[in-house]
Design a protein around this ligand. Structure first.
Ligand code: ZN
Length: 198
């Protein structure tokens, strides 16, 4: 039996599809939304649809942005000869929060995982190699220290080696299996400063 109106049920169903939102939280959120002022609900709904419609990949580094070229890639203050390779936009954001990294990024959108059937061609590796054809001094591999992250790091270093470009890996001060975005800024900076040659 449908305890709520079918529209509320539908709202609860949609919310419960979001990551980390169970049925109980979905109910709580649904009732919260219904009690919100109309204009606040419209702002929320509008920002969801606008973000979905306008967010795309930066043509250079493939981070998520609402411009053709993201603000980091279009900044002249950044060192475009140093490229840090990260797994996703959240990892990029973690490094940006430190405010100390002056190079640019390359976002892979995943990591190689034979177990999950994710191969080198499923992440943005080809695009990275294309970028390395212009003037690049160093590629810093900052993938996670999980099995997938390490596999990806090894793969990239093998690809980059023949180009004679310096390849480094962030220090293993980053806890094993740790998602970069959850690591504090001091640890991230230490990992960056203590990077080793591959
Ligand atoms: Zn970019």
């Amino acid at each position: 039996m449908d305890y709520y109106s079918s529209q509320i049920t539908q709202l609860i169903e949609e919310l419960s599809k979001l990551p980390g939102v169970g049925n109980k939280s979905a109910q709580r959120l649904a009732f919260h939304i219904i009690n919100m002022p109309q204009e606040q609900v419209e702002r929320l709904a509008g920002s969801i649809t606008r973000a979905k419609a306008n967010i795309r990949y930066c043509k250079e580094c493939f981070t998520l942005t609402d411009q053709d070229i993201c603000p980091i890639c279009s900044s002249r203050k950044r060192d475009h000869r140093t490229i840090m390779v990260v797994e996703n936009t959240r990892d990029l954001a973690a490094y940006e929060k430190t405010g100390k990294y002056e190079g640019v990024y390359h976002v892979l959108h995943g990591a190689i995982s034979p177990m999950l059937g994710i191969g080198p061609s499923d992440i943005r590796l080809k695009e990275l190699m294309q970028r390395l054809q212009s003037d690049v001094d160093e590629v810093i591999i900052a993938t996670n220290s999980s099995l997938e992250g390490e596999t990806t790091a090894m793969y990239i270093s093998k690809l980059v080696k023949p180009t004679k470009i310096r390849v480094t890996r962030i220090a293993s001060g980053v806890p094993v299996g740790g998602d970069l975005e959850y690591i504090d800024e001091v640890t991230l900076l230490r990992a960056l400063e203590g990077r080793v040659e591959l």
